[in-house]
Design a protein around this ligand. Structure first.
Ligand SMILES: *Cc1c(COP(=O)(O)O)cnc(C)c1O
Length: 368
């Protein structure tokens, strides 16, 4: 059996350090905010090359509160990819604003910059690209369009910790990046956790107030805020894991390189990496017309796979009110029918990688 992802493996690799960090927090008596959160924020900001990191409760809150900090509200529009995890859209609608979907480049899975300008209206406030599957979106044209129209850029970095765009890590290409440290992400906590990185001191200051009941001084509430604080236990665990992120991403890249080499002649559509991109390889996503059959055959052979994602946000019951019919976003809809994520993690053995490849080749009857 080769699982899609083994969440115990990262703990087993770092058990002593994680156990020591947990014991330190539990023994400190400091359970909200405090030195562990301050320390991880400083380390993560430095890692991302951003002036500020603000720890938050999860990735959805990071997106939502970053949009609030950018003054997004009812009547505003936010440009989002048509093919993303629903959290990207939920953050927009939680502000009372409207998501305006833009189709991806089907080769890279990321929002197609050439299609963005046609979606800009007088109500547009923010462009929200997602670095989907760990592939950096093409930020330079996106930032240029935003500058031309006076818009902000919020990046959804949930899947892209450590990815680089034109040599520079994701973290401050746009106005802010929202991060998730959900356990399965490249930098994963042992529960829910999130953050925003930014070079903008106003956004950073607003987020510190918003996450803490709208309060800067205890019992003085400037705005109607939220309770969305990064748990110090999670911060301490993230501080243990951060120094290993680059090495773990290299191990992911080695798995991806092996897949790309060994599956090149199978007829599967493999991920395309632009010359300027160094993906974090959160997922290794192949495309095929016979996706459901391939998934079943691999499953019967003991290889776990997942579909990211089976239903695009505009076809979810949650967004029926937007009235976006089947066929409204054909590029995205075709991708949702064709994508399949192979097992991907820094903790896969060479035998497991070989096993996935052999199972794919057997399923596609292309020989060993
Ligand atoms: C995981 C994820 C989120 C949400 O993060 P949570 O921490 O689960 O709230 C948002 N956007 C994308 C693209 C994600 O993959």
């Amino acid at each position: 059996m080769i699982p899609f992802l083994d969440l115990k493996a990262p703990y087993e690799e770092l058990k002593q350090e994680i156990d020591a960090a947990v014991a330190r927090v539990v023994g400190s008596g400091w359970f909200i905010g405090g030195p562990e959160v301050d320390r991880f924020e400083a380390e993560f900001a430095a890692y991302c090359g951003a002036a500020h990191a603000i720890g938050l409760a999860n990735g959805l809150d990071a997106l939502h509160l970053a949009l609030r900090a950018m003054d997004v509200g009812p009547g505003d529009e936010v440009i989002v990819p048509s093919n993303t995890y629903i959290a990207t859209w939920l953050a927009v609608t939680q502000c009372g604003a409207t998501p305006v979907p833009v189709e991806p480049d089907p080769r890279t899975f990321n929002i197609d910059p050439d299609r963005i300008e046609a979606a800009v209206t007088a109500r547009t406030k923010v462009i929200l690209p997602v670095h989907l599957y760990g592939q950096p979106a093409d930020m330079d044209p996106i930032v240029a369009i935003a500058a031309k129209h006076g818009l902000k850029v919020l990046e959804d970095g949930a899947q892209s910790q450590g990815a680089r765009y034109k040599g520079r890590r994701i973290g401050a290409h746009g106005d802010a990046v929202a991060w998730s440290f959900y356990p399965g992400k490249n930098l994963g906590a042992m529960g829910d956790a999130g953050a925003v990185t930014t070079n903008d001191p106003v956004i950073a200051d607003r987020l510190r107030v918003l996450r803490n009941y709208g309060s800067r001084v205890k019992y003085v509430n400037e705005v109607q805020g939220y309770n969305s604080r990064l748990d110090p236990l999670q911060a301490a665990i993230l501080s243990v894991k951060l120094p290993y992120l680059d090495e773990w991403n290299q191990r992911r890249a080695a798995v991806a390189a092996r897949y790309s080499e060994a599956l090149a002649d199978t007829g599967l559509v493999l991920p395309v990496v632009p010359t300027w991109a160094e993906p974090a390889w959160h997922l290794y996503v192949i495309q095929t017309e016979d996706r459901d059959a391939l998934q079943k055959t691999l499953g019967d052979a003991g290889v776990g796979t997942l579909i990211h994602y089976p239903i695009p946000p505009h076809r979810q019951a949650a967004y029926a009110d937007l009235g976006l019919a089947e066929g409204a976003f054909p590029v995205s809809e075709a991708m949702h029918r064709r994508v399949l994520s192979l097992p991907m993690s820094p903790h896969m053995s060479a035998d497991q990688v070989d096993g996935v490849i052999a199972a794919c080749r057997a399923a596609l009857a292309v020989g060993a």
